[in-house]
Design a protein around this ligand. Structure first.
Ligand code: HEM
Ligand code: HEM
Length: 230
């Protein structure tokens, strides 16, 4: 019976997770509504770009359990996990695959959205940086990418449910409170620190600026209208 708890997910990782879940849900819903909601689709999309940028840097400089180098493991570690020989905290070697897949698919979805166009009124903020042909091709991938996103989220939720109900290992509470029950006291996990947090936030801000066309030349002013005679 576990009598101790240990910090498994730091606050930045938890905030990242729940903001990402909300923003992705919002991006899918606004894409379904279409029309004026596409304006919000673009805003949520840019927010997702920032979140992903933050997570990529936090995955290098952040707390122990957030670091890719710690949780992304090879086939031997996955086999050992499946044989019941893994007792770490954080993402297990198998779950890590789905985390990486979700992050990669969301990066591709966000990148293609930045140059996408709907042939009517709404373009991604970097549309002007590519040819119409490339934008059309990537718009096709952006539409198809929705399925990859939805399938991975479905698998993700099914895995959380499976661990909670079948393996009696509740994962949801640690993703909310950060703490997880453990049998023995654990040494404190290495924390990311304020400097790493500032760097990750700055990188996210810079990425959003670039993604929003920060380096593109300003659009030409609208053609002057002929002054009516009256
Ligand atoms: C759009 C929806 C969602 C997306 C895109 C998403 C994405 C992710 C990602 C990327 C991670 C890895 C966290 C990290 O290391 O940064 C993660 C972990 C996790 N997510 Fe979600 N998530 C979504 C919805 C949910 C929901 C609704 C729940 C709760 C029912 C949930 C529960 C969890 C849990 C418990 C973990 C930690 C898993 C573990 O212990 O290894 N997620 N999710
Ligand atoms: C990562 C999360 C995203 C998801 C899940 C997503 C999903 C979708 C879906 C499903 C559509 C198709 C709507 C339809 O025609 O039925 C769409 C269209 C579009 N999205 Fe995204 N999107 C995401 C991010 C972005 C980003 C970052 C941008 C740019 C800022 C963006 C810009 C666009 C544009 C311009 C369209 C219109 C293209 C068209 O008519 O198909 N999206 N998105």
């Amino acid at each position: 019976m576990p009598t101790h708890t240990t910090l498994v997910w730091d606050l930045p990782t938890r905030l990242f997770h729940w903001l990402l879940a909300g923003a992705v849900a919002g991006a899918v819903i606004t894409a379904k509504i279409g029309g004026n909601a596409m304006l919000w689709h673009g805003r949520l999309g840019l927010f997702i770009v920032g979140l992903l940028g933050f997570r990529l840097v936090w995955g290098v400089l952040g707390s122990h359990t957030a670091r890719f180098a710690r949780f992304v493991r090879g086939p031997a570690a996955i086999r050992a996990y499946l044989r019941g020989h893994w007792h770490g905290i954080g993402h297990n070697p198998l779950g890590a695959l789905s985390v990486v897949a979700m992050l990669l698919v969301l990066c591709a979805q966000a990148a293609s959205g930045l140059v996408a166009n709907d042939d009517i009124a709404f373009n991604g903020p970097l549309y002007a940086a590519v040819s119409k042909e490339l934008s059309d091709a990537l718009t096709g991938w952006h539409r198809r990418g929705e399925w990859a996103v939805l399938i991975l989220i479905g698998l993700h939720l099914a895995a959380v449910l499976f661990y909670t109900v079948v393996k009696k290992e509740p994962l949801l509470r640690p993703m909310l409170t950060g703490r997880k029950p453990v049998a023995r006291p654990q040494p404190a996990t290495e924390r990311g620190g304020v400097r790493a947090l500032i760097l990750a936030l700055a990188a996210a801000g810079a990425l959003v600026w670039l993604a929003n066309g920060g380096l593109l030349p300003p659009p030409p002013p609208p053609a002057a209208l002929d002054t009516p005679a009256w």
